[in-house]
Design a binder for this molecule. Structure first.
Ligand SMILES: Nc1ncnc2c1ncn2[C@@H]1O[C@H](COP(=O)(O)OP(=O)(O)O)[C@@H](O)[C@H]1O
Ligand SMILES: N[C@@H](CCOP(=O)(O)O)C(=O)O
Length: 368
């Protein structure tokens, strides 16, 4: 997570204001962004494409909220957790998981946050709360005033464990601003804003769109592809101790040798290709061959190699740090996740093992 006090302009991502007024942003709704094929979109009639970028039209289908939410109406926002990187896809690959953060919010005379999960008990209960700050700053970005809200939050997502809790909170905050200020942002616009706060599009992309995603930032642009054809069963080994993403990014090098970068990129490409053609052994090999971050972060996660061995013995085809760690993501062939998780539970002590599914829908909101 990027510090929220940092100016947004300093971060990467597509600048929503640079593109024009709020009105223009709203009329752009449903338009493919740079890098996506308009002709493919037309040919598919707005359906999600089998391979390649998901059409914004399809992504937005089902949205029922028209304008800003009124006093007395309660907005419900449900955001999935995510696991980033999948090994070599550093700051780019992500997968949405069926663990959720749920926010209910309505207009109130003052900001008030009610934590409904024990893990959230220590956070500010007023507008200083991270989710509220994101909502306020998103509204400011679009030159709108965010109304004060009564917000209740519950979450199954372990905090600071590499499961994208900060990205889920950011996505929820952006959604609050979108709905209570009537911003009418497309999912791609929400991604650009969320990426500015988070600093990388992998977790936010997965939380917003669901599925397995490939995100990239090129200058001001944030592009995202949802890979519907990539399927696997994710198993997460979650230790008791926290590791802040910021701490885990501090151990990474600031520059990387050219040859090593070429190799690191090839490994990431090969992982995606292997996942797409279901070559599980090759996918597992590439997850372990990451050069971007795991070699530097292993020292922060001393149980990583032992767990890697036990997960493979238990039937997983691949193992990687989940996001910045310390949780470990183990991948099993579709349908084999529960069996692998059960074997891992017998072999490991002191860690919680979650047998999960890929969340295919991403963030959803409705008036309840
Ligand atoms: N629901 C939430 N409410 C307030 N702050 C949150 C919430 N979820 C996450 N955060 C903030 O994000 C931090 C964890 O972010 P980070 O270090 O990026 O780890 P991760 O995203 O892997 O869980 C928490 O310590 C907290 O400051
Ligand atoms: N690409 C980022 C992902 C951080 O994910 P998180 O779940 O640990 O916040 C990184 O590897 O730093």
């Amino acid at each position: 997570m990027r510090g929220i006090e940092e100016p947004l302009a300093a971060a990467g991502g597509r600048n929503p204001l640079a593109e024009g007024t709020m009105k223009e942003a709203a009329t752009e709704k449903g338009e493919p962004l740079a890098g996506e094929s308009r002709s493919a979109l037309a040919a598919e009639g707005g359906k999600p494409l089998a391979a390649g970028s998901r059409s914004p039209l399809a992504a937005e289908r089902g949205k029922t909220l028209a304008a800003a939410i009124r006093r007395g109406q309660v907005l419900s926002v449900k955001v999935p957790a995510s696991s980033a990187n999948l090994g070599p896809g550093f700051d780019s690959l992500g997968v949405a998981l069926n663990l959720y953060m749920e926010v209910h919010a309505e207009i109130s005379d003052k900001w008030e946050v009610v934590p409904l999960s024990d893990s959230l008990a220590g956070f500010p209960v007023d507008e200083k709360n991270f989710i509220c700050q994101i909502a306020i700053q998103t509204a400011e970005l679009y030159k709108q005033a965010m109304p004060s809200l009564h917000v209740s939050v519950k979450s199954d997502i372990p905090l600071a464990r590499g499961l994208g809790s900060s990205a889920a909170a950011i996505v929820a905050g952006v959604e609050l601003a979108n709905e209570f200020c009537g911003l009418q942002l497309t999912r791609y616009e929400k991604l650009a804003v969320a990426t500015r706060f988070e600093g990388h599009p992998d977790n936010a992309g997965a939380s917003l769109f669901g599925g397995v995603v490939v995100g990239s930032q090129t200058g001001d642009e944030v592009d995202l592809t949802v890979l519907d054809q990539v399927q696997f069963d994710p198993i997460l080994a979650v230790p008791k101790q926290e590791l802040l993403t910021e701490t885990s990014r501090d151990v990474l090098p600031t520059v990387m040798d050219y040859q090593r970068s070429v190799q690191a990129s090839a490994v990431a490409n090969q992982l995606l290709a292997a996942l797409m053609i279901k070559n599980w052994p090759l996918a597992g090999k590439m997850m372990a061959a990451d050069l971007f971050h795991q070699p530097y972060r292993k020292a922060l996660v001393p149980f990583f190699e032992e767990l890697q061995e036990k997960a493979i013995q238990s039937g997983a085809f691949g193992v990687a740090l989940s996001g910045a760690g310390p949780s470990i993501l183990c991948l099993a062939q579709p349908g084999r996740g529960e069996e692998v998780a059960e074997k891992l539970r017998q072999r490991l002590v002191g860690m919680e093992i979650f047998s999960l599914k890929i969340d295919q829908d991403g963030c959803r909101s409705s008036i309840i």
